[in-house]
Design a protein around this ligand. Sequence first.
Ligand SMILES: *Cc1c(COP(=O)(O)O)cnc(C)c1O
Length: 447
Amino acid sequence: MAAPLPVAPDSADPNFADLIAARPGLSMHAQDGLVMEEVPLSRIAREVGTPTWVYSAGTLRRRYRALKAALDGAGLNASVHYATKANDNQAVLRVLAAEGAGADIVSVGELRATMAAGIAASRTVFSGVGKKAEEIRFALGQGIFQINAESVEEIAMISAIAAEMGVLAPVALRVNPDVDAKTHAKITTGKAENKFGIAFEDAAPLYARMAALPGIRPIGIATHIGSQITEGVAAFHAAYARLAEMIRGFRASGLPVERVDCGGGLGIPYRDEVAPPPEALAGAIKATLGGLGLPVMLEPGRWIAGPAGVLLASIVLQKQGSNRRFLVADAAMNDLIRPAMYEAWHGIVPLDPVRFADDAMPADIVGPVCESGDTFARGRAMPLMAPGDFIAFLDAGAYGAVMSSTYNARPLAAEVLVDGNRFAVVRPRQMPEDLLAHQRLPDWLAP
Ligand SMILES: *Cc1c(COP(=O)(O)O)cnc(C)c1O
């Protein structure tokens, strides 16, 4: 084997110990290695196999409570509607339901999932730019708390369906405040060029027209400017200031406003980002919307679920290329797509305490899928690893399992919930035969 290359001295990556120290749900132990709450992750990897997603119930609870406390502490009358799309596992939803969370959903599939987990439709917001008529009908039939309408066309559709059903649809306008959230282009949603929401200038006349339509109860306005926002709260502040100005205008024209929906988007540190604390977000809401005396809603997804999860994988082999060392894992881009899709950085740490403390040298960490994009990290400081060694991808609780596919006929990974000293499989690993079970041959090709 070629001599290990030294770690580039300018590498700004945090080391393993710093990554773990910054994540209260995880700790490194001399005997047990990396532990989530009170459960050694290597035990889960051995018993359940890899790749496997593992979620910490304690971290979910702690983060939900921290967010709620920040909003309450600012004196806001606030409700938290967890963005289901970040992680829609039933066990995760149940933990949050027990905390009193409402939900934000973007499909009837998610509404069925949240209701099954005990979050009533009457605490749930229906977002999304392309709701189908049957989805609107189903949501209204279940007594949905609020529908965030994104276009004049959709408002007409909701009005017709609600009138036909003889109900009043609670509708908020999703407004596009045209602010730059300074996040990755694929997850910014509040600029004028994005497909989301109603242009700021169009909102006031549309709200007035909406209020006059049959079947509609005008609720107020909503916004969501993007995801993984870490550069302070200036973008939130700017967006909410525009909402406040708009609401004052509505009131001046005698239009009713019941509440305001501030969306999600609060970012988390994956590498070394300085993410604003929830108190800063609460402060921005208070400073802009606080004077209106309205209930406010928040739709956080990543902030609650992201740090609560890891993806466990095994090293298949360590391959020495001509000038690079490759660690080939048994997890791939079909499991965790964020690095390939958003150039996202995830902490990747060995579970074994000896490996954790070993000298590290650069390696590319890749999956087995037949695409060069199936690369989790390049030039990452990692110790020597042997086949069968376990690693954990950190902060994989949001936009992880939900974005998985079966590309390369790779079955979906198992999911596990840890709660104190207990753990349970909350979604069994898909079996190779499951991939074939739902395919059908036309009769002319049947054997
Ligand atoms: C995705 C989304 C959220 C959640 O975003 P996070 O960045 O995960 O907090 C909230 N509201 C809407 C409308 C969304 O589309």
